[in-house]
Ligand binder design. Structure first.
Ligand code: G3I
Length: 323
């Protein structure tokens, strides 16, 4: 609510509807004072939606979208084209260029078409860049070249003209070579006369040096400069997957540092007019992807494993209210 009171659009979180349900977790992300948007964490990814060619399985994604619609929440739909969680039939299909484009078009048309009018935003292309700003050698890039990006945005805009279309990536926040790569992508898509509405900065950050993060989160001025690199191109920006990891276990001092990073991120968004919203990558540390992927790191979200609010929650709120 504080975010909307500041004239911005949303505060969201990634959601996975558990089986069996976790009512304590659900009570947190269903609290409308805190959240008005969700991003389905995995349910709309290619391997979930089209595990075999032209065989679509929408049940899990439907559940997530229905949950949001029933609760009056925005949906940040995630995602249409990504090299990861991509089924083997696409990655190793050895399709020629025309065939792969038709596969991509079919996937986008069926997926974005099914949720037409319900997705506030779509991550159209996810993580197309290497750290040095060059294109990642995905099957899409290797087969079609950079033209796959404007093509994906074109197909998405034709299917759901009212959805806001985003390019989404991680490690953009510091404004280095990779961030410039994303700037180039925005320019590329615009040069084709195709619609792109925003850049999503995932913001998988850390509050201290960890084995997988050589430097802690950038300071506020750096974050703001990076956001402005994109807004000066005439597009919106959003933080789309915020979490702030540390070496576990957490201590009070580390949790304070983490709260400061959450506050700084919020302040940077509020300082830039076209920063339309922020999404955290889950609510409780119980389910965060980080400990599974980066051993010995975690405690990255705003609620602890026992569903208790951490200092990070209050830091984030302070940044939204005062930033
Ligand atoms: O669904 C299967 C299940 O059937 C199987 O029994 C189980 C055994 O490992 O795996 C389940 O799949 C897991 C899936 O999450 C659903 O829970 C995958 O192993 C696991 O790798 C996958 O992780 C997700 C990851 O993306 C995959 O790349 C995380 O939950 C999700 O938080 C993470 O999110 C990504 C964003 O989409 C893009 N940006 C980075 C971010 C963090 O990696």
């Amino acid at each position: 609510k504080a975010m909307v009171a500041r004239g911005r659009s949303f505060i969201g979180t990634a959601v996975t509807l558990r089986d069996p349900p976790d009512n304590k977790e659900a009570a947190i992300y269903s609290n409308k004072a805190d959240f008005n948007s969700i991003t389905p964490e995995n349910a709309q990814k290619w391997e979930s939606i089209e595990p075999q060619r032209n065989q679509f399985t929408f049940a899990d994604a439907d559940r997530h979208v229905d949950f949001a619609v029933d609760n009056g929440l925005q949906i940040h739909c995630h995602n249409l084209v990504w090299h990861s969680q991509l089924p083997d039939w696409v990655t190793n299909g050895n399709f020629d260029n025309a065939t792969l484009i038709s596969i991509m078009k079919n996937h986008i048309t069926k997926l974005a078409g099914r949720y037409k009018g319900k997705c506030t935003r779509w991550d159209v292309v996810n993580e197309a860049l290497n750290e040095d700003g060059t294109y990642r050698e995905s099957v899409f890039y290797n087969t079609t070249g950079e033209a796959y990006l404007p093509l994906a945005f074109k197909f998405a805009s034709e299917v759901d003209p009212n959805a806001q279309l985003y390019y989404n990536d991680y490690n953009l926040e510091s404004g280095g070579a990779k961030a410039k790569g994303a700037q180039r992508i925005v320019q590329l898509i615009q040069s084709y006369g195709v619609k792109i509405n925003g850049v999503g900065l995932q913001a998988h950050l850390s509050s201290e040096v960890t084995p997988t993060s050589p430097s802690p989160a950038p300071d506020q001025a750096t974050l703001e400069n990076t956001l402005r690199m994109y807004t000066s191109q005439g597009v919106d920006v959003a933080y789309t997957e915020i979490d702030v990891r540390m070496n576990t276990p957490p201590t009070p001092a580390k949790l304070k540092k983490q709260a400061d990073v959450y506050e700084t991120v919020a302040r940077s968004c509020l300082a830039v007019k076209r920063c339309v919203g922020m999404t955290t990558w889950g609510v409780s540390d119980k389910y965060s992807w980080i400990p599974e992927t980066f051993e010995g790191e975690g405690a990255a979200l705003m609620w602890n494993k026992k569903y208790k609010k951490k200092p990070a929650y209050f830091g984030f709120l302070k940044g939204i209210k005062q930033g």
